[in-house]
Structure formats: C-alpha cells, structure tokens
Design a protein around this ligand. Structure first.
Ligand code: C5P
Length: 407
C-alpha cells in the first residue's frame, strides 16, 4: 500500500525552508496523494497561501478561529480526513509545542485531534537542533509514534554548518511513501497481537550488599518499556516486570516492580501459566552477594573481598518449562555479535533473539535509540538504528509473524 489516493495534511511552519513547501506538495501529489496544506502564521511570512492552494488544488487552512473556514471544513473534520499528517519544515518552536500538547493554533490542534500517522521533517539552526530541550522534545514526540525525516547536514541559511537542514522535498515524499507502506504492513501484523498475553522483563536488577549498598548496571529499561507500550497499543494484555527504573508505566500495561533477580524470577514464574509470549529485555545481574551483610560494611583494610554467587537465569528457566510461552531474548554484545547471539538462541532454547552491538556510540544501553539484529531458527532481519519506539514496533511485528507460524 502506498500514499496513492491517501489524504495528506501537510503542516508548514515558519522556517526558511518553508519556501520549498510548494515543491513538496508537487512531489506528494505526483505520488498520487491528496494534499491539504495547513499554514502557521509565521510560515505565511515565508510562503504564500495562494501558491500552495494552486499546487495542491485545495484551499489552504490557516486559522483555528475562522468561521468561514470552519463552516467549509472544521478542524475536527480536517483531523479525521487525514490518513497522515506531515509537518515540513517543523521548527524547534513547533516541536516544543507538540511535545507539550499545546493547542493554540490550527496545526497544533490538528496534531492533538488526529489519529493519522505522524511524520515530521525538522528544520532549524544546527545549535538549536543540538539543544538539550529540542532533543528532549524529539524523544517525547517519538514516544507519540512520530517518524522523523532528517534533518540533513550541510550549510545553513544563517551561515552555520551542521545538522538542521530540511531534507529535500523529493526525499521527504519518497520516505513518507515508503514508511507509510511499511507501517501498514506492520500494523496488519501487529493486529495479530490483539488479545495475546505478553510478559516483558525490563530494566536492571539491583543486588544488595548491605543495608545501604548494592551492585547493578546502567540499563535504563527504555527498550522493554517501549515494547510494552507498543504491544498494549496493539491490543495485547501486557504484564511488565520492571527492575528499579525511573520510567512511567506505559498506558494499559500492568506493572510489577521488583528489585533483585530472584524477585524478578518469582514474578515471572507466577505469570508464565497465563503468558503467550515472554520477552526478556531485562539486564539481570549475573551474580549476587553470597550473603547480604546485616549491618553497613565497615571501611577496614585497603582491600575488600566479597563473594558472589550466580543468579538464576530467568529466561532459560522460563524457556525450560513444559508450559513455556514463545520466548524472546536479548543479547547485548561487544564482539562477534551474531555468533554469540546464535549460541544464546540455541543454549537458552529461544524462539527468537534480538542482538545489539553495545560498542556502537549513541545506541543501546541508556540511550533512546538502538539497532537490532533479530535472529530465529530459520531466518533473521537487521533493524537499522532508530528510536526504541520504532524498533519496538518492528520487533513486535517479527514476533507476531513468527508466533503465528508456530501457534
Ligand atoms: O546470558 P546473557 O545475560 O547474555 O543473556 C541475555 C538474555 O538473557 C536477555 O534476554 C536477558 O534478559 C536474559 N537473562 C535472564 N536472566 C539472567 C541473565 C540474562 O533472563 N540471569
């Protein structure tokens, strides 16, 4: 399925790249889409409503409080009309407004009122793009399911060089077309998860040494929480067994908080009889202290020796049960990623394993992005670097396909 005959709302906001909007409309209509343009006040300073009306063949929508426009096609009607909302160029200000759910003009109101697929092509000064506030807003928007296109790097209108240029219209149109088509295939297969009972482990475990100290790791829990959120959105009944993380519970998921590996195992064992699919993203501590000191361990000599014992392997325990669910593991590796992942797939008797290279800068542990190589007995798929939310959806899509083949 492509964007041919689909309804696209194109939001144009006030950056210099707005002058490329008419060309973008033409590239989208050339692919067969119906396009209606929403222009913000500041965008209208850069590009005329008249040219956008001419190329789109539709009146341009500019104001929320315009009785004539509302009478012709009200904002809720417009939000419902759209199959996809594309905002290009999107300024830093627009990203901030959308991330916070503001609705003080037509475009931000439509963003809240639509269930259409969301695409954003940001464009701004390179320093504004790098700013922590903008990066935080991007993560919030990614968690709404927004697919980002760009920005590209290069020379900017202000003379700076760096990331922040709007991707060229022809490339935006092609990416929208390709991702929209892939998403639809994905959505169809995610439908297969409706009603399935999914248990997900996430985050680190924390193993106490004494009343005030523990050993743990840097896992943020973000991958597991993203999978839980997408699975719940797809209609699955989700139990999220979470180690100590500072993340909000995804809507619609039931959360069981645990601290240690042994507690996590106990919670999982209880859930297994009512679990169809078990997804183990937790970074379980391999060892725990042989005995937890009753009192704070005192500073005595120059060295301290503690004895650790092996923790149970939660995933292997679950997959070894007679009533085992479909089991998916993760493998965070720093070398020979595929070979180690394949060994783990066999050794832990898994149905599927998602491997990632933890040496890739900016991906994996504690990051908002990741890349995965997903492997199962008779196939594999590389999922390139993207947000953990987008990856969660692609991974669940593969899980749904493989689970339906075997169950
Ligand atoms: O053996 P390794 O720790 O590399 O295996 C990783 C996979 O096994 C992950 O899916 C992780 O959640 C799971 N695991 C587990 N219990 C452990 C160790 C790992 O469930 N004690």
């Amino acid at each position: 399925m492509s964007i041919a005959n689909k309804n696209i709302l194109l939001g144009v906001t006030g950056g210099i790249a707005a002058y490329k909007a008419p060309d973008l409309v033409r590239k989208l209509t050339a692919l067969g889409a119906n396009v209606r343009v929403v222009l913000t006040d500041s965008a209208a300073e850069f590009v005329s409503a008249l040219s956008l009306q001419a190329v789109s063949g539709n009146p341009v929508h500019q104001h929320l409080l315009d009785p004539a426009a509302e009478a012709a096609m009200g904002h809720i009607e417009l939000a419902k009309w759209a199959d996809l909302l594309l905002i290009a160029p999107a300024t830093a200000n627009t990203l901030a407004k959308l991330a916070h759910g503001m609705a003080d003009d037509l475009l931000s109101t439509l963003y809240l009122a639509t269930t259409a697929r969301l695409f954003i092509a940001p464009a701004m000064n390179q320093q504004m793009w790098k700013a922590p506030a903008t990066q935080t807003n991007l993560n919030v928007l990614a968690s709404h399911g927004v697919h980002f296109i760009g920005p590209a790097s290069g020379e900017q209108a202000c003379g700076d060089v760096g990331s922040g240029r709007m991707v060229e219209p022809v490339d935006i149109a092609n990416e929208v077309n390709q991702v929209f088509s892939a998403n639809n295939v994905e959505a169809e297969s995610l439908n297969g998860l409706a009603g399935k009972r999914i248990t997900i482990t996430a985050g680190p475990t924390r193993e106490p040494l004494d009343p005030v100290r523990y050993i743990s790791n840097h896992s943020s829990g973000k991958m597991g929480f993203a999978i839980a959120q997408v699975a719940a959105q797809a209609g699955a009944s989700v139990n999220l067994v979470a180690g100590p993380v500072s993340l909000a519970t995804p809507t619609g998921c039931s959360r069981i908080d645990v601290t240690t590996a042994e507690e996590m195992l106990e919670a999982c064992q209880t859930l297994v009889p009512t679990t169809d699919i078990f997804i183990s993203t937790a970074a379980v501590a391999d060892y725990r202290a042989a005995s937890v000191a009753d009192n704070k361990i005192k500073k005595t000599g120059d060295e301290l020796t503690l004895t650790f014992v092996k923790n149970p392997d939660i995933l292997a325990t679950v997959s070894g049960r007679n009533d085992r669910p479909f089991c998916v593991g993760f493998a965070a590796e720093s070398q020979d990623v595929e070979a180690y992942a394949r060994t783990k797939l066999a050794k832990k008797q898994l149905d599927m394993i998602a491997a990632n290279d933890i040496t890739t800068e900016g991906l994996g542990f504690n990051s908002d992005n990741n890349a995965l190589h997903v492997i199962w007995s008779d196939g594999d798929k590389k999922l390139p670097a993207t947000s953990k939310y987008a990856l969660a959806s692609q991974l669940l899509n593969l899980i749904a396909q493989q689970h339906s083949k075997t169950h």
